[in-house]
Design a protein around this ligand. Structure first.
Ligand code: C5P
Length: 198
C-alpha cells in the first residue's frame, strides 16, 4: 500500500510528537525532514554540496537538535538548490510501499501534493516557545524562554517569507491547533484523520 501522511507547520507546534505517534499506530515509516536541513546546515562549507552529498552519518550527529542548528537550517533551507537536492529522497520515502509519515514545512505543498492525508499543525507563539524552551533546557542548553520565542519567530518569518517552498498550509490541509490540546488529544485527532482515509 502506498499512503502518505504529510504533517506541516511552524517550529515546535507538535509535528514531531504527532508524526511519531501516527507512524507507530499504523506501522508507517517516519521521516523528520527538518533533520535533513539541520544536517546540511551543521556540515558547514558549501550548503549545496553538503545537501547533494548528505549521508546517513550526517543525520546521526548528536548536535542537530540545538537551537543553533535550527537557525542554521532555516538559513540554508531558503537556498533553492539545497531544497532541490533533497526532493528526490523525500519523494521516494513518501511513496515507498508500506505507508509513510513526513513532517516538515512543504510536504503537503511541494514534496507530496498527492498525500492522502495532510495536516497543518499550529499553536500560539507563546505555547510553542514554552514547549521548545522545555526541550532545549532538558538538553542542557542555557537559554531563556524570551530568547527561544524570539528565535522561533525569526525562523518562522524566514520560513514563511522565502520564495521557494514557503511555510504555508496546503489548500486541502486539515488544520490542527494544539495550543489548548493535550498531547493525547492532538494525537487522537491526527489518528482519526488517517483512519477516515484508510
Ligand atoms: O522542523 P525543524 O525545526 O527541525 O526544521 C529546521 C528548519 O529546517 C526549519 O526552520 C526550516 O527552515 C527547514 N525546513 C524546511 N522544510 C522542511 C523541514 C524543515 O525548510 N520540510
Amino acid at each position: 500500500m502506498i499512503f502518505t501522511v504529510a504533517i506541516d507547520g511552524p517550529a515546535a507546534a507538535g509535528k514531531g510528537t504527532i508524526s511519531r505517534a501516527v507512524a507507530e499506530r499504523f506501522g508507517f515509516a517516519h521521516l523528520d525532514t527538518g533533520l535533513l536541513y539541520r544536517a546540511v546546515g551543521a556540515k558547514g562549507g558549501d550548503p549545496v554540496a553538503a545537501a547533494e552529498g548528505l549521508t546517513p552519518a550526517d543525520l546521526a550527529r548528536g548536535d542537530l537538535r540545538s537551537a543553533a542548528a535550527g537557525q542554521a537550517a532555516s538559513r540554508i533551507a531558503a537556498i533553492p538548490a539545497v531544497r532541490a537536492a533533497l526532493v528526490a529522497f523525500q519523494r521516494r520515502f513518501a511513496r515507498a510501499e508500506g505507508g509513510a509519515v513526513l513532517d516538515g514545512r512543504d510536504i503537503g505543498t511541494v514534496i507530496c501534493p498527492e498525500a492522502e492525508v495532510k495536516l497543518y499543525v499550529t499553536a500560539s507563539d507563546a505555547v510553542r516557545a514554552h514547549r521548545r524552551w522545555l526541550e532545549l533546557s532538558a538538553q542542557g542548553e542555557r537559554v531563556t524562554e524570551a530568547e527561544v520565542l524570539a528565535q522561533l519567530q525569526e525562523r518562522d518569518r524566514r520560513d514563511s517569507e522565502r520564495a521557494t517552498a514557503p511555510l504555508r498550509p496546503a489548500a486541502d490541509a486539515v488544520l490542527l491547533d494544539t495550543s489548548t490540546l493535550a498531547v493525547e488529544e492532538a494525537v487522537a485527532r491526527a489518528i482519526a484523520e488517517v483512519s477516515a482515509r484508510l
